[in-house]
Design a protein around this ligand. Structure first.
Ligand code: NAD
Length: 251
């Protein structure tokens, strides 16, 4: 069964080969969606979209820039006729102690992770309303819940926690328009997010202590995003779905 047949989806931060965004874009395409991959580098975005097969789109978009988000959304609508699904996945991290976070660090991490979600959502919401509804899924982090993870400093934790507040606010405000908004909180996932700061081997070692005894794969998060974007989750809004192998189990 294809869960997203004929839907049009945007996934931000989806050009990186081992990333959560590209895994999500692949799974959405396999489920019948036409996908627009948005990322910083136009060639990487186009190449990633081409790998999904014909009919998909790769566009340059820096989510920290409101005008760039609006332009990318307008182009998707022009090419595909509308938008049904947004996955706010683009993010950056930095390992910093609380006393080391400079204003520049704060701006970079908050602007990409949190302001970017606001910009993209604001650009897409009128398009979802025009289609009679849709879904917004925002990739947060386990760091938002437990006050730290493996890679992120306090400013990263704050940004990812801010996303969850924004998700709940959007769920409340946009529910009457049949727009659902949800968060996904990944635990430790095997991607290049740490930019070499933590080796794959370290991640495998650390994951031996998790209840499920393994590190997460990008496809584990893609599956959660697929569920939340699809009609399987038609009555689900305002939640945060923890996908962490049991590394953090909420009371
Ligand atoms: N890997 C993990 O363990 C982990 C854990 C928790 C949460 N996350 C979250 O998952 C998401 C995806 O991360 P990933 O692990 O796939 O890492 P990744 O580095 O592969 O993916 C991040 C993507 O965001 C893009 N990006 C960065 N700044 C951008 C901007 N201003 N505009 C547009 N795109 C931008 C990057 O180019 C990259 O493609 C992030 O939001 C991250 O915070 C990851």
């Amino acid at each position: 069964m294809k869960l997203l047949q004929d839907k049009i989806a945007i996934v931000t931060g989806a050009a990186r080969r081992r990333g959560i965004g590209l895994a999500t874009a692949r799974l959405f395409a396999a489920h019948g969606a036409r996908v627009a991959i948005l990322d910083l580098d136009p060639d990487e975005a186009r190449q990633a979209a081409a790998e999904l097969g014909p009919g998909h789109l790769g566009l340059a978009c820096d989510v920290t820039r409101r005008d760039a988000c609006q332009a990318a959304v307008d182009e998707v609508v022009q090419r595909h006729g509308g938008i049904d699904i947004l996955v706010n996945n683009a993010g950056v991290t930095q390992k910093r102690g609380i006393m080391e976070v400079s204003d520049e660090d704060y701006e970079r991490v908050l602007d990409t992770n949190l302001r970017g979600v606001l910009h993209m959502s604001q650009a897409v919401i009128p398009r979802l309303k025009a289609r009679g509804g849709g879904s917004i899924t925002c990739v947060s982090s386990l760091s938002a819940l437990q006050g730290g993870g493996v890679f992120g400093g306090s400013h990263y934790c704050a940004a990812k926690a801010g996303i969850l507040g924004l998700v709940r606010a959007m769920a409340l405000e946009l529910g009457p328009d049949n727009i659902r908004a949800n968060g996904v909180a990944p635990g430790l996932i095997l991607t290049d997010f740490s930019r070499g700061g933590t080796s794959d081997q370290d991640k495998h070692e650390r994951a031996k202590g998790f209840p499920l005894r393994r590190v997460g794969q990008p496809g584990d998060i893609a599956g959660a995003c697929l569920y939340l974007a699809s009609d399987l989750a038609a009555y689900v809004t305002g939640i945060t779905l923890d996908v962490n192998g049991g590394a953090y189990i909420r009371p």
